[in-house]
Design a binder for this molecule. Structure first.
Ligand SMILES: [Zn+2]
Length: 186
């Protein structure tokens, strides 16, 4: 059983644009929300939700030569949490991808690997030593967040039932995550 007082739940990018009919829909992404809501009420010492939060001309968008369609523009309805997500247990919100010229898959650091979102300091200040990560998309922002959580010294679990990925085959990714010391749970 986790030591909940020193454990945090990190809910990655459960936002309208990543759900079916959103601008960058993760297949079956909506299926996780009931599970995320259940996890968030287990009594974690902190429940942190991240939001992809981009300027309108962000470098990750196709018109700027980036790999993704425009999504999660700051304060747009696409960047909002879905109405079905229970916000009441969420203690902190971390925005990421706010710099025009850098993306941020991880909730800890921008993709330059240097610029911190402040999450590491936040968790350390709360005496958190263990994180459980869920959300969207498993093969991008959830995986990057888990890898950085390990690097920052947290015991790290991914709650797989509360994640969905963009790519259909996740088996190689899961093997890599496991070999890096990340616990994959239901
Ligand atoms: Zn993004």
């Amino acid at each position: 059983m986790p030591d909940f007082q020193h454990s945090a739940l990190i809910i990655v990018d459960v936002q309208n644009d990543f759900l079916p009919h959103g601008a960058l829909a993760v297949p079956r992404g909506d299926e996780i929300i009931a599970q995320v809501n259940a996890l968030s009420h287990l009594g974690f010492g902190a429940v942190i939700a991240t939001q992809d939060w981009h300027p309108a001309n962000h470098c990750s968008f196709a018109p700027q030569g980036g790999p993704w369609p425009e999504h999660c523009v700051a304060a747009s309805s696409g960047a909002d949490f879905p109405k079905s997500l229970d916000l009441s247990p969420i203690s902190h919100i971390i925005h990421k991808g706010m710099a025009q010229n850098r993306d941020s898959y991880s909730a800890f650091f921008d993709n330059d690997r240097v610029t911190s979102t402040g999450l590491n300091a936040l968790l350390s200040g709360l005496s958190i030593n263990h994180v459980v990560i869920c959300g969207l998309a498993l093969d991008f922002c959830v995986a990057a967040t888990a890898e950085d959580a390990m690097r920052c010294g947290f015991r790290t679990d991914i709650a797989l039932e509360a994640c969905r990925g963009i790519n259909a085959d996740q088996s190689a990714l899961l093997q890599t995550l496991r070999s890096n010391g990340i616990t994959l749970s239901d």
